[in-house]
Design a protein around this ligand. Structure first.
Ligand SMILES: NC(=O)c1ccc[n+]([C@@H]2O[C@H](COP(=O)([O-])OP(=O)(O)OC[C@H]3O[C@@H](n4cnc5c(N)ncnc54)[C@H](O)[C@@H]3O)[C@@H](O)[C@H]2O)c1
Length: 308
């Protein structure tokens, strides 16, 4: 199906705003973004606010009455942090599960099934038995956040046995890149580690390494995530499956800190977080024809140079 009109939920967030940048440059699609600005920031999308191909709805997903007319929905809006999901449990269920179900229910009620590209997470693997980790790895949710992502995936699978849903779940590994850290976000202490490290480095603060820093992460640049969303959207088939979207390599958190600064301190380890994330991306490479292009070390070098 040809794509003309798309919806991005969570467009003013870290990944949503980078997806908007990508789609504005690489497509001629009309893009509607919805965001309640709870953790996002209008500054992230300020360069597009006067573009006549982009409309911003400043509202919560729950107030959306229809999804008719969109050829694709990129569903990114969520409360995306593991630690707060242990504390504000019902808020996270509402934001991460109920809002997703609201979108899916609108499609069902309107009998209208655009491509639905869901931002899932590698958090659903917990600490995996197999590394690199394929999509067939056992599910081991260590946090309410991970469980909510898995629930949405499962609901999509279940409901597609009854309705002609057309969906793709993208299990992001550990994203980094521009706008990953929002100092105004109430949950910013739990943002992606690369963003926090760079923010603290740029503000002459010591980097805070959780545990002994030996936990390893597969870091993926946000531009590569945007491209994966695009690849999922334009795929001509009804895929109804999940893909790992990672870089396919790992580095320890301590090594990342040491690449940035020699001023770092250790803070207590956090429960609910994996010892290792390491994506087997073969499925995305083969089916979505997608490959990561960016390297963490080059990104860090550039960011460090910018400060000097
Ligand atoms: N950043 C990561 O480390 C990571 C890793 C794996 C998966 N993901 C997933 O990717 C997606 C995007 O994450 P992000 O890092 O860009 O987060 P973010 O917090 O920067 O962006 C989320 C956006 O959604 C908006 N939002 C939240 N609730 C909303 C609602 N009810 N209605 C409308 N807008 C709402 C927020 O204001 C924000 O702009 C999320 O689904 C997240 O779970 C993120």
């Amino acid at each position: 199906m040809q794509i003309n009109n798309v919806l991005i939920t969570g467009v003013a967030g870290f990944i949503g705003s980078n997806l908007l940048d990508y789609l504005i440059v690489n497509t001629n699609w009309k893009i509607t973004g919805i965001d309640n600005l709870s953790t996002g920031n209008k500054k992230n999308i300020s360069s597009h606010l006067n573009n006549n191909r982009f409309i911003l709805i400043e509202d919560t997903i729950k107030n959306l009455k229809s999804v008719k007319g969109y050829d694709c929905i990129f569903h990114l809006a969520a409360l995306p942090r593991i630690q707060p999901s242990f504390e504000f449990v019902t808020e996270h269920i509402s934001e991460n599960l109920s809002n997703s179900m609201h979108l899916i229910e609108l499609m069902i009620r309107e009998n209208y099934f655009p491509k639905f590209v869901f931002s899932s997470s590698s958090a659903i693997y917990g600490t995996p038995d197999t590394v690199p980790t394929p999509e067939s790895e056992k599910i081991d949710c260590l946090s309410p956040y991970a469980f909510q992502k898995y629930e949405v995936e499962k609901y999509l699978e279940l409901l597609s046995t009854r309705y002609p849903l057309d969906y793709v779940c993208l299990r992001y590994f550990n994203p980094y890149g521009p706008r990953s850290f929002n100092p105004e976000n109430k949950f910013n202490a739990y943002s992606s580690v690369v963003g926090i490290f760079l923010y603290r480095y740029q503000n002459n603060l010591p980097l805070l390494v959780t545990g002994d820093g030996s936990q390893r992460r597969d870091f993926i640049h946000v531009a590569d995530l945007a491209k994966a969303n695009y690849a999922a959207a334009i795929h001509p088939e009804r895929l109804n499956t999940a893909f790992n979207i990672g870089n396919g390599s790992t580095i320890s958190v301590l090594e990342v800190a040491q690449l940035i600064s020699d001023r770092y301190e250790f803070i207590p380890k956090r429960e609910g977080e994996s010892e290792i994330t390491f994506a087997d991306t073969q499925k995305a490479v083969t089916i979505l024809n997608w490959k990561p292009r960016h390297a963490l070390k080059e990104y860090l070098q550039k960011e460090i140079k910018n400060k000097q």
